[in-house]
Design a protein around this ligand. Structure first.
Ligand SMILES: NC(=O)c1ccc[n+]([C@@H]2O[C@H](COP(=O)([O-])OP(=O)(O)OC[C@H]3O[C@@H](n4cnc5c(N)ncnc54)[C@H](OP(=O)(O)O)[C@@H]3O)[C@@H](O)[C@H]2O)c1
Length: 286
């Protein structure tokens, strides 16, 4: 039985689809199981990653764990899950981290949180694998509202390139690490096949959607305000903005061949991702 945390999120849903297709028994965690909308056949248990009693109960009968935590609570949640996994005698723990954790010069919050989480995972005494993706292609969904309403993308750092990755490819690597031998103690940095700036991603989306799109570069402070207006807490907004600024650094534009090496399939292009998500950028009437 594989326990998937973060199961209702972007990577978690893709992972559950792939584990189901492989015939694995999966238990998913959510704080709100009634709203989880997970496929039939998936056992969903209510669990908060910060609650050691919930996590101990969720581990019953589990031999492998996918750990996905988010935000400022990453250090605390990873420690709780790693300890619960050790206490339950779990044989394999796969943590989703962040690519920039591997950039020694990165001192902003998100890689700092993940480094602390990784330390808990490495120290728990459970065989572990760490998966460190660069930026997700699905972050482009944040532009869907202005694309639908105005045919425009508003983003900071228009020239900053990131070798963005399709979340399905992250899930595919996690699925390999969970289900195949030979990945204990490995740290995998993942990227997509090409480094793209927001301006270049906008051009790809325009081509796929068959409509002109304007790219409007906004000041970082304006982008931060937009996050706050969308209800993102200030500490997380600051962390996201610090992360976005690093798109200007060379580290995030390096392409890694890890997805193909581990899964045997080349990583998906942003164009493929955009084709598969085109409907989400179109108004219902279109
Ligand atoms: N976006 C990027 O470009 C990027 C790049 C590299 C790494 N990452 C990392 O990827 C991770 C985010 O992955 P994602 O986008 O797939 O996540 P997501 O879509 O934001 O989903 C978050 C998941 O976490 C669960 N969750 C949140 N708080 C929880 C809690 N207290 N207890 C239990 N579950 C909780 C939610 O489940 P419920 O709401 O159902 O409880 C949900 O399933 C983060 O660690 C981030 O640092 C992101």
């Amino acid at each position: 039985m594989i326990l998937v945390t973060g199961a209702t999120g972007t990577v978690g849903r893709a992972l559950i689809d792939q584990l189901r297709a492989a015939g694995e028994h999966v238990r998913a965690t959510s704080r709100h199981p009634a709203d989880a909308r997970l496929p039939a056949g998936i056992e969903v248990v209510r669990a908060d990653l910060g609650d050691s009693t919930h996590m101990a109960a969720a581990m019953a009968g589990v031999d492998r764990v996918f750990l996905l935590s988010t935000g400022p609570a990453i250090p605390e949640h990873d420690a709780v899950v790693a300890q619960a996994a050790a206490a339950a005698g779990v044989a394999r723990l796969v943590k989703l981290s962040s690519g920039r954790t591997g950039d020694d010069t990165a001192t902003d919050p998100i890689p700092t949180w993940h480094r602390a989480g990784e330390r808990s995972v490495r120290g728990a005494g459970v065989p572990w694998t760490i998966v460190r993706p660069l930026g997700f292609m699905s972050n482009a969904l944040h532009w869907a509202g202005t694309i639908r309403a105005h045919g425009a993308v508003h983003a900071p750092y228009g020239q900053g390139r990131i070798a963005v990755i399709d979340p399905r490819d992250i899930a595919a690597v996690a699925a390999v690490a969970l289900t195949a031998d030979g990945h204990d103690g490995q740290v995998y940095t993942l990227s997509g096949p090409q480094a793209l700036s927001p301006r270049e991603q906008t051009a790809v989306l325009a081509e796929v959607l068959g409509r002109p799109l304007e790219f409007v570069e906004v000041a970082p402070e304006q982008a931060r305000r937009a996050l706050l207006e969308h209800g993102v807490p200030a500490d997380l907004a600051d962390a996201i903005m610090a992360l976005r600024a690093t798109a200007l650094a060379a580290f995030t534009s390096v392409v890694h061949d890890t997805v193909e090496r581990l899964t045997g399939e080349p990583s998906r292009t942003f164009r493929q991702w955009a084709v598969d998500h085109a409907a989400e950028f179109c108004s219902a009437a279109a």
